[in-house]
Design a protein around this ligand. Structure first.
Ligand code: C5P
Length: 223
C-alpha cells in the first residue's frame, strides 16, 4: 500500500479574525499546520505528506514547516483537494489517501489507525462524533423544527479513501453540490463511506473563540 496524506491549507481564514490565515497562526506553541503535519509525517503507515496551500502562501508555509512538498490550491476547498489529488496522480499515484484540514491541528495516531483499518472494508472512512446539543433548523432568523440529534453525526477529517475512488469522484463532480468534505463526493458517486470513532481533539478551529478552546484542549493533551 502506498499511502499519501494530503493537508489542505489554502483557505483565507476569513472567519477566524486572525491576521495570518488561521492555518499558520500559532496554536499550542506552533503554527497550526505544523501539528497535523507532524502527526501524519510521523505515522508509520504514511509514506508521503503533501500540503496544498495558496500560491501566495508559500512563504508562510515555509516559515511554519520549512521546505516541504506542496502544491497550489484553488478558490474553494473542493478545488484545493482536487489540485492535491491531481498532483499525487501525476507523481506516481497512491493506493490510499488521507485528506485532512489544516484547521484541525490535534491529530492522534489512533484516529489514523481506525481510518486505515476501515478502508479494508470500504473505499471511504470518516471520523464521526455525536451531537451533544439540541439542533434546530434556522429559518432566516427564526427557529424551525428541532432535528432529533440521535439521527445526526458530526463528520471530521482526516478522511481516508481508496485513491482511485476519490480521484474519480472529484473528477466527476458535476456542480449539483459544493461539498464541505470529500466523503460527500464519494457517496454521491455511489461509493460506500463507513464511520469510525472521531476525536474531540480534532475539533475545527474556525472562529476567533476557537483558538482559546484549542489551547485548552492542547493543554490537556500535552500535560
Ligand atoms: O473554511 P474551512 O474551515 O471549511 O476550511 C477547511 C480547510 O480547507 C482548511 O484547512 C482550509 O485551509 C482549507 N481550504 C483550502 N482551500 C480553500 C478553502 C479552504 O485548502 N480554497
Amino acid at each position: 500500500h502506498r499511502t499519501v496524506a494530503l493537508i489542505v491549507a489554502a483557505g483565507r481564514g476569513e472567519r477566524s479574525g486572525s491576521a495570518l490565515p488561521k492555518q499558520f497562526a500559532t496554536v499550542a506553541g506552533r503554527p497550526m499546520v505544523a501539528h497535523s503535519h507532524a502527526a501524519l509525517a510521523g505515522h508509520p503507515a504514511i509514506d508521503h505528506v503533501l500540503v496544498v496551500t495558496g500560491a501566495d502562501q508559500v512563504e508562510a508555509l515555509e516559515a511554519a514547516l520549512g521546505p516541504v512538498p506542496h502544491v497550489a490550491g484553488g478558490a474553494t476547498r473542493r478545488l484545493s483537494v482536487l489540485a492535491g489529488l491531481e498532483a499525487i496522480a501525476a507523481t506516481g499515484g497512491a493506493d490510499r489517501v488521507l485528506i485532512h484540514d489544516a484547521a484541525r491541528p490535534f491529530l492522534n495516531a489512533d484516529v489514523i489507525d481506525r481510518l486505515l483499518s476501515a478502508l479494508d472494508a470500504a473505499p471511504g472512512a470518516v471520523p464521526v462524533l455525536s451531537v451533544p446539543d439540541t439542533v434546530a433548523r434556522a429559518v432566516g432568523y427564526a427557529l424551525g423544527e428541532v432535528v432529533p440529534r440521535e439521527e445526526l453525526v458530526r463528520v471530521q477529517t482526516p478522511q481516508a479513501f481508496a485513491f482511485s475512488a476519490i480521484l474519480a469522484a472529484h473528477r466527476g463532480w458535476a456542480a449539483e453540490i459544493e461539498p464541505t468534505d470529500d466523503a460527500q463526493l464519494l457517496r454521491a458517486a455511489g461509493g460506500k463511506v463507513v464511520p469510525v470513532m472521531g476525536d474531540i481533539m480534532l475539533e475545527k478551529v474556525t472562529y476567533p473563540g476557537d483558538f482559546a478552546a484549542a489551547e485548552v484542549r492542547a493543554a490537556a493533551r500535552f500535560r
